[in-house]
Write a protein that binds this ligand. Structure first.
Ligand SMILES: [Zn+2]
Ligand SMILES: [Zn+2]
Length: 208
């Protein structure tokens, strides 16, 4: 989207960029969307050239097909010598220096291109937090009950066992979750239960 860049270039002299986003010119301090905490929070991505952007402004700029390796404001490279796009992120969670924005943007793009995977990841997150109602909604929307965690190779049933979440185990078995599926260490959910000494969970998994 060349138009934003042209505007940025045209107006950059009139706008002090240090306290404002160099893409939308709005202050980096934004109203807190949450009821809790301070009324205003910082939303700031700082590139190595010291130009500042809102998180969503820079991620949209990237998603629109612009070259993320050049600062939208000054045109300098955004990359470190190692080729990584590292930034300083300031938000309500604090300050994170050396944040790998390039990797975060790649991950975001990957899930945008694979919405089914995004729902699976959300489902596994819900199960790991024992938020069963939300997990069940995703199952009703057609998420595969036996989908795998990309890191452990385990399923939701493995996660529920690790959590000692008997209600979750019953719910997943009710949706036909496989008891035979193995994680990347070769363990079935029952193996995990046995390893953890989770007897009740182990017994559930033996019932037919
Ligand atoms: Zn902005
Ligand atoms: Zn810059």
């Amino acid at each position: 989207m060349a138009s934003i860049r042209e505007i940025a270039t045209a107006e950059s002299h009139a706008q002090p960029s240090s306290n404002n986003c160099a893409l939308c010119f709005d202050p980096l301090l934004i109203p807190n969307p949450s009821d809790e905490g301070p009324a205003m929070i910082i939303d700031d991505v700082e590139l190595r050239c010291s130009h500042h952007f809102h998180w969503s402004c820079f991620t949209e700029y990237d998603a629109d097909g612009n070259d993320r390796t050049l600062c939208p404001e000054c045109g300098e490279t955004t990359l470190q010598r190692g080729g990584q796009l590292l930034v300083i992120v300031r938000n309500e969670g604090g300050v994170t220096a050396g944040f790998d924005l390039g990797a975060a943007l790649d991950e975001e793009k990957f899930y945008d291109d694979n919405p089914a995977l995004r729902r699976e990841m959300a489902f596994l997150n819900m199960i790991s937090m024992s938020e069963l109602e939300a997990a069940q909604e995703l199952l009703e929307e057609g998420v595969d009950v036996d989908c795998r965690d990309s890191e452990t190779g385990g399923t939701a049933l493995h996660l529920a066992v690790v959590n000692g979440d008997e209600e979750g185990i019953m719910m997943l078995l009710g949706y036909g979750a496989s008891r035979e599926v193995r994680d990347s260490s070769g363990r079935t959910p029952a193996d995990v239960a046995r390893e953890m000494g989770a007897e009740a969970a182990w017994r559930f998994l033996q019932q037919q």
